[in-house]
Design a protein around this ligand. Sequence first.
Ligand SMILES: [Zn+2]
Length: 428
Amino acid sequence: MGELGSELAEAVSGAGALAHLHELQRIADAHDGNRAPGTTGFAASVAYATEVLATVGYQVTTQDVPYPRFAVTAERTRLTGSDWQPQTLLMDDSPPLRDTVAPLIVLTRFKQLAEGSLDVAGAVVLLARIPGGYAKQVIAASEAGALAALFYTETPCPANNYRLHWFGSEPPPIPAASIAQDDAARLAALAAAVTVELRLDWHGDRTSGVDQNVFAATGADGDARIVVGAHLDSVPEAPGINDNGSGVAAVLQAAVKLATARESVSHQVTFALWAAEELVNAGSSYYVSQLTDAQRQAIRLYLNAEMIASPNYVLYVMRGEGTVTTPFDVYFRARDIAYEYIDEAKVGSDHDPFLAAGISAGGLHCGSVGIKTPAEQERYAGTAGQLFDPGYHQASDTVRNISPAALDWTTRALAYAVGWAAQEVRLA
Ligand SMILES: [Zn+2]
């Protein structure tokens, strides 16, 4: 058992994966610092992955993925009577504000809106996000008569700014944007002393885009197939090296090292690099939606790699209904590498549409905006009290924003799982 898996795990390495990360960094550097959906940076990422796979002999195919998106045309916020322009990131689908001046009201508790203890009519309200609840907060601010909402995220990295996404079927009732916690504190300090007025130029358009999924497949008949994937796009704010260059690099490593044996596997393996995951799994969802019943039934396992080299990592194996953990359990236990399970629903990546379609899935993850506990520091080193990935969705998600040790383990474990699934396992 595990022969091809072990061979592949030996053949790949973190150093090999790192070489791909440097190429993805170079691509981002040459394309406005990112590889986001609908950009030349994404197109260059597709070209790079295609070249890597074609060079070792794969027939590379692509699939056009149409997706809706919100294109920001302005997200400028200025303090009247000041040169300071704090960075604000507009939330998707926000109704437009064109050069609009409004007073700032600082909320210290979200409940102040419901209590009606502050008059926020016509104002921009500044408030901390509550976990999982900003949609509710936007609606409450609107009902209280606010003009707009400005959110900050309480985090051990207070200079970070995280863009918010709106998931409602109708646009939000008022526009919303996000600001770094540091900048929010500065605004609040100013507002405690004087009346602060903001000039907002916030607008964008609901539009659509088309990007490519990239595929390379081994031989073997299609009765039982394995799909192994990672998303190739970044957010517009980041080069996307841990998120998700790391997953891409591991998939490319496994594909390259399997290339010489690609006609002798028992089960066909399709390597997939997904478009527009950052627009909620657009590429993988489209792929699954286009499968015939027979094609869907032929896929016995989907393996996903999402943020697998977080600098302050925990080694997570995804687990939940419909998931497979066996190859990762076998690999890590045999080598005495500490790891643990994470509920797959907490990862939120391209395995979601496969599980939703009744296809088994498994995968690796090293943490994003969760905070490392002292017990986790004990087990994995790193820094307790700090984010697993301080660079998540930030310009700092560069080649310096990874753990080489984590990248080596996860790259090898993913390759082991690919070999395990391709050769050794009788897939019912
Ligand atoms: Zn990601």
